[in-house]
Write a protein that binds this ligand. Structure first.
Ligand SMILES: Cc1ncc(COP(=O)(O)O)c(C=O)c1O
Length: 372
């Protein structure tokens, strides 16, 4: 059997090896340490944001973002439905209630008009939302000018889940700068990885301080262990931050490699009837973290699932587009605001192998199998 081609595997090199061995040799084998401080500073420099807090995962970063915004039990939080479950799970960790919003067909990200309609309806009904959580899907930013305007009109804070979008931009501004609080993920499948990890981004020092406090078990300033709040063990380890620093050095190349994957797929498949690629919205630059498309079976002559299984039979991993949260059994009781766009994308959508280490031969193999 040929080597397995994964959807989005880690892609590491000599810089990562050198930095992680330096961290090892320094004996800073602990959560926190100089590599964590440097990783945070280098991310701030790259994105132009005030503060970055390195954490154990993107999910932890989402949880802390909501806590810092004061999200409480039974509060309502508006969440993009087309996402990975971690976005919605973080809301439930606060015992708050997610309300799911459909995406826009031109971006696959949350539809700003639906956010506006729902916040207006809530205001008329005397209800309130504690936060809006957007998702920068598959490497593409949501439409922040419109979303920020609606959120500020209603006084609702914005959390930007940019887990999948490091390296993208919105109107020239790096992804991760658009939320009141924003988060990144460095999970093994992301554009850069620390094997597992995440980051909380903010321009406010008080919020970064609060995140560090909550992420290190909420220790009061005292020589003994004293606690006046419930805390979490959410900080990133020094070893993993070294890996992240090495990866960050190569972010631009990784974005280019992923965009090149997309261009190759698009050139080979885009002209075939029934194949439609995830659009790139005119307001920004996507990383094309994953190349995603929909397949209309009547026009193309095969279903998304038939294509996925054809690839799988040749040891190639592809995946259906995220199953929307409002269709998940665990969120069956939650409200949904939408027009079925994400349902349709899920029904026909497929994510193709998109790693930044893919060769021309890998891409040709995938294309050849899809075209049969
Ligand atoms: C949109 C989105 N949000 C949140 C997460 C969670 O990040 P992590 O796996 O680092 O907890 C992921 C991916 O894993 C994601 O794709």
């Amino acid at each position: 059997m040929t080597r397995r081609l994964y959807l989005s595997p880690p892609h590491v090199g000599e810089d990562e090896r050198r930095l992680i061995l330096d961290a090892f040799d320094s004996n800073w084998i602990a959560p926190l340490g100089p590599q964590v401080d440097a990783f945070e500073q280098e991310m701030c420099d790259r994105l132009g944001c005030g503060h970055a807090v390195a954490l154990s995962s993107g999910t932890a970063a989402l949880h802390l973002a909501l806590l810092i915004l004061g999200v409480k039990p039974r509060d309502k939080v508006l969440v993009s439905t087309l996402t990975f479950s971690a976005t919605a799970n973080a809301v439930t960790y606060c015992d708050a209630v997610p309300v799911f919003v459909d995406c826009h067909p031109d971006s696959w990200c949350i539809d700003p008009s639906l956010v506006a309609e729902e916040l207006e309806r809530a205001a008329r009904a005397g209800e309130s939302y504690a936060a809006v959580v957007t998702v920068d899907l598959y490497g593409q930013c949501a439409d922040y000018d419109r979303i920020r305007e609606v959120c500020s009109r209603h006084g609702v804070p914005l959390v930007q889940d940019a887990a999948e979008a490091l390296g993208a931009n919105y109107r020239g501004i790096p992804a991760g700068r658009q939320g009141d609080l924003s988060i990144l993920s460095f999970n093994g499948n992301k554009i850069i990885t620390t094997s597992g990890g995440g980051m909380l981004l903010t321009d406010r020092k008080d919020r970064a301080d609060q995140a560090r406090f909550l992420a290190t078990q909420a220790r009061d300033p005292a020589p003994h262990y004293q606690h006046s709040h419930i805390g979490y063990n959410y900080r990133m380890s020094n070893l993993l931050a070294a890996l992240g620093r090495g990866q960050l050095l190569h972010l631009a190349e990784k974005v280019e490699a992923r965009r090149r994957n997309y261009r190759t797929y698009e050139a080979a498949l885009g002209k075939h009837p029934g194949i439609h690629f995830m659009p790139e919205a005119p307001y920004g630059r996507s990383t094309r973290w994953l190349t995603c498309l929909t397949i209309d079976p009547a026009a193309f002559g095969a279903t998304r699932e038939e294509i996925r299984l054809t690839l799988e039979a040749e040891n190639i991993e592809s995946r259906p587009v995220w199953k929307p949260m409002h269709l998940q059994p665990v969120f069956a009781d939650c409200r949904y605001v939408g027009r079925g766009i994400s349902d349709a994308i899920f029904a026909d959508g497929l994510c193709l192998p998109s790693g930044s280490g893919m060769t021309d031969g890998d891409l040709a193999r995938v294309v050849g199998l899809i075209l049969g």
